[in-house]
Design a protein around this ligand. Structure first.
Ligand code: FRU
Length: 469
């Protein structure tokens, strides 16, 4: 029944991901040999990675109309000044936007939130909706806590508590009572807690050939991990990095309700989780399964789901898909509806697969997908194991963070093509200038995939950052 069903990416299914020798042109992306530099980048002087277009609630690409009727498209980017070392960008990520009249040549619009980072100490991926009256809703991840790091905007804890960003007891002078940390090894020692936030209160307009957001953004936290359905950062006491992020908002045509998909982990203390028979596969497969290892249950990725129960009120539901004992991080989940089917896509990394047999070798810095006959349907992995796009085997870390748009155009960013076939860990050993030189930090060439029934095929490559055919 709605809200209770939990579908799984089982070990049995995931082991059908193709091995290197089985990867074909159906999923293998073209080699990135060069990429835009300097002023040619998506945003000059900025690194850009996760990116999403302004959409309608019905999952279509939105246009903001100028007075003369000219349509403008909008992209929102995670961004940071390109003097920052690529590996440090997550600690400083800020939202910027760009706009375009043809959906392929992008003009920088500046900060999305001119008042700076209001919730968290940095902002991670999300989605954005343009409503029929021109008003805009931006769903994003507020990461980090309190006044650590580069927080700008309202900075008193009291003020931030009013918008739901910080919880917990306050001292008499309005400071948070220090809590013991999660013990999690964070980059730079800053907080890794993530909340799902919503900013609204503005309208998108075209003024003198520029898209602007007029009005004052109002920010609030709409969803936090509850510890039962979704893991809290404190429960993530073992294994790889934790997530409660990447909200993707839409209206489900089947019931007219508004939902948010997100990246999460299954609730409960991670070190106490075990693999369940149904995480593994059917009885015949389980009977022939070799011994499981202790690291497998530390992988418990989930695609989270929440529903709007009344205007502005959101409720967590059971995950749409879980990957316990298979994969830790199902990032940037999103949907495409086609031929009456629901296609569910997400990105994941090589190193986020559980180390069972050659499963981790089968995983890629890729785009993965499932198909079901309804939002809560029984999801089947596309192309058997779930792999939709993989990077070339000689350059595994060349791109990431895929976004499949209606019609199959798929955006991505150029990650680290410059390390060739070396492991990602090599990057941090390079001198700073080389770290910047091997990184793209700009949108790559959009790919077009054909989606049909239970399979997909890569058909062509378009321009950098192109979102309109
Ligand atoms: C994917 C991702 C997202 C997250 C962001 C942080 O590239 O890991 O899940 O929101 O990057 O920078």
């Amino acid at each position: 029944p709605e809200g209770t069903f939990t579908d799984r990416w089982t070990l049995q299914e995931a082991l059908q991901l193709p091995a290197d020798t089985e990867k074909t042109a159906q999923t293998t992306m073209p080699l990135i040999t060069s990429w835009p530099q300097g002023a040619q980048k998506t945003l000059p002087d900025q690194w850009v990675w996760d990116t999403w277009p302004l959409k309608t609630e019905d999952m279509q690409i939105a246009t903001v109309r100028a007075a003369d009727g000219t349509p403008y498209y909008v992209l929102i980017h995670l961004s940071v000044d390109d003097s920052v070392l690529p590996g440090a960008r997550h600690d400083l990520a800020t939202l910027r936007y760009s706009y375009s009249t043809d959906g392929r040549s992008w003009q920088p619009g500046g900060y999305l939130f001119p008042e700076g980072v209001v919730l968290g100490s940095r902002n991670w991926a999300g989605s954005a909706l343009l409503k029929a009256d021109g008003s805009v809703e931006v769903y994003y991840t507020a990461t980090g806590e309190r006044d650590e790091g580069p927080v700008q905007g309202p900075s008193s804890v009291l003020e931030r508590q009013q918008v739901g960003d910080v919880q917990g007891p306050l001292t008499a002078d309005g400071q948070l009572v220090p809590q013991s940390g999660s013990g999690f090894p964070n980059e730079g020692g800053i907080g890794f807690e993530q909340r799902i936030a919503l900013a609204d209160g503005v309208k998108a307009e075209v003024v003198n050939g520029r898209v602007v957001f007029s009005g004052t953004w109002k920010h609030r936290v709409i969803l936090r991990a509850d510890g039962t359905l979704y893991q809290t950062v404190a429960q993530s006491d073992a294994g790889p990095l934790y997530g409660f992020r990447d909200p993707w908002a839409f209206r489900n045509p089947a019931d007219g309700k508004r939902y948010v998909l997100f990246t999460g982990n299954m609730g409960g203390l991670k070190s106490q989780q075990t693999c369940q028979p149904e995480d593994l596969g059917d009885a015949a497969f389980r009977a022939g399964l070799g011994a499981l290892n202790a690291e497998m249950p530390l992988h418990n990725g989930a695609i989270g789901l929440a529903v709007e129960t009344a205007p502005g009120a959101w409720k967590l539901l059971n995950p749409l898909l879980t990957a316990r004992c298979v994969n830790q991080e199902l990032e940037r989940p999103h949907l495409v509806m086609k031929d009456g089917q629901v296609y569910l896509f997400f990105s994941s990394h090589i190193g986020k697969f559980a180390p069972y047999g050659d499963l981790r070798d089968r995983g890629e810095e890729g785009l993965y997908g499932f198909v079901g006959d309804s939002l809560r349907g029984d999801y089947t992995p596309l192309n058997r194991g779930g792999l939709v796009l993989n990077t070339p085997l000689t350059q595994r870390y060349q791109s990431y963070s895929y976004d499949v748009l209606p019609g199959g155009l798929t955006t991505l960013f150029v990650d680290v093509p410059g390390i060739g076939n070396q492991d990602i860990s090599v990057v941090s050993t390079l001198p700073p200038e080389e770290q910047r030189a091997v990184f793209g930090g700009t949108l790559g060439k959009t790919l077009k995939i054909d989606i049909s029934g239970g399979s997909t095929a890569l058909v062509s490559e378009l321009n950098y950052g192109q979102i309109i055919p």
